[in-house]
Design a protein around this ligand. Structure first.
Ligand SMILES: *Cc1c(COP(=O)(O)O)cnc(C)c1O
Length: 403
């Protein structure tokens, strides 16, 4: 085999489809969210970022930066080992307690990312329980799908957010085998929200455990920022809640929260937890400060929702084809990979607005989109500039408007 020719062809086919990924080189400005310096071959300029998952700008919050500076000075850079072999720092222990409390659970366990927390937890639990069947929402994240593969369990995919379909699948499964229902609260590409309580009702009726990915809700919803289950007062109905420290918390890392036996099992059996260097204490201390701040005050959550409403209203008034959602995620459908990249390039080149195009396989073909993530720090002026720029480019490229 001519390996290089083969590999080159793999790249060319992505380019031909217009979905070859080009990373925007950004330097964010701490204290000036959502502004960043964008660099390419032609030079550098300041841009307004409209697609960050640092939904509240906590990655630049004073309390977070202060905690991380302190930790860096006193503890140093890395953890020095796996959790089992000298790599457990006091701040890991404190953060796990704080996260358990955030979700009303007995215990929590840290991972180096949300991706790993999904893959390792689902992979390990599924493999441990004999004949376990996993019921998975069709829109679940790649890390969940990898975890299910790793578990080698029999899997049943239910149609997205469709409790009737889930019930059909549960009803025809053997009664005496372990079952695990896996779903997300806020789905990150459409911004829709799962019927958590109904899914928990079904899980109870059919004797299934529940695993809820709250990655896009942690910090943003609920009186303490525990997510949608916290907002709805139903955290106790879920067996496992999973989250990230890299999105609204603004730092890096992932975790699960559950009862102490389950957490102990994952801690003791999951290769993705055991055989890797633990999260740098600096990161854990930043995440701890962020979680504590977001528990103590709902101000940013309120401002966030207010910005979201304002943006949605402006975009609908201008007839952009929004995917309507009850969350903070505002997707505008372009429906073609190349056009999606083109409009994103024009926004960046002509208007200093950065919105990464979202193409297949992240979303289905034909639903390529711009996914906007307004934050409390996006001003009315920024919204004006965005709507004007989109309007101009939508007309120039003759893109579809809402009916
Ligand atoms: C981003 C994401 C993850 C992974 O979290 P990271 O901390 O970024 O690895 C897991 N689940 C969903 C739904 C996500 O969008």
């Amino acid at each position: 085999m001519d390996y290089n020719e083969f590999l080159n062809n793999k790249i060319t086919s992505l380019e031909d489809e217009g979905r070859y990924r080009v990373f925007a080189n950004l330097v964010r400005h701490a204290g000036n969210f959502p502004i960043a310096t964008y660099r390419d071959d032609s030079g550098e300029k300041e841009v307004t970022v409209w697609c960050s998952n640092d939904y509240l700008g906590m990655g630049q919050h004073k309390s977070v930066i202060f905690a991380m500076n302190e930790c860096l000075q006193h503890v140093g850079a890395g953890s020095g080992g796996t959790r089992n072999i000298s790599g457990t720092s006091n701040v890991h222990v404190l953060l796990e307690r704080e996260l358990a409390d955030l979700h009303g659970k007995e215990a929590a366990l840290l991972f180096t990312s949300g991706y790993i927390s999904n893959e390792a937890t689902i992979g390990t639990l599924g493999a441990l329980m004999p004949d376990c069947i996993i019921f998975s929402d069709s829109h679940n994240h790649a890390s969940i799908i990898q975890g299910i593969r790793l578990s080698r369990c029999d899997k049943k995919i239910f149609r997205h957010n469709d409790v009737n379909h889930l019930e059909q699948l549960l009803a025809v499964s053997p009664t005496n085998v372990p079952k695990l229902v896996i779903f997300e609260s806020v789905y990150s590409m459409d911004g829709d929200i799962a019927p958590i309580e109904k899914i928990c009702d079904l899980a109870d009726r059919y004797g299934a455990m529940t695993f809820l990915d709250e990655v896009h809700a942690v910090g943003l919803y609920g009186p303490k920022g525990g997510g949608i289950a916290d907002r709805d007062g139903i955290t106790d109905r879920l067996s496992i809640i999973e989250g990230t420290l890299g999105k609204a918390i603004g730092v890096m890392g992932g975790y699960i929260a559950a009862n102490s036996t389950l957490v102990d099992v994952v801690r003791s059996y999951a290769p993705g937890f055991i055989f890797t260097t633990s999260l740098a204490p600096v990161l854990a201390s930043g995440a701890l400060a962020s979680v504590r701040y977001l528990k103590s005050s709902s101000q940013l959550r309120r401002q966030h929702q207010e910005r979201v409403e304002s943006l949605k209203k402006r975009l609908s008034a201008a007839n952009f084809p929004l995917i309507s959602s009850n969350s903070h995620i505002v997707p505008i459908v372009v429906g073609d990979a190349r056009l999606c990249k083109q409009v994103s390039d024009r926004l960046l080149d002509q208007h200093c607005i950065y919105i990464q195009p979202i193409n297949y396989p992240t979303v289905p073909r034909g639903t390529e989109r711009l996914r906007l993530a307004p934050s409390p720090w996006h001003t009315e002026t920024m919204i004006d500039e965005l709507v004007d720029a989109l309007d101009e480019e939508w007309t120039r490229l003759d893109l579809k408007r809402a009916a």
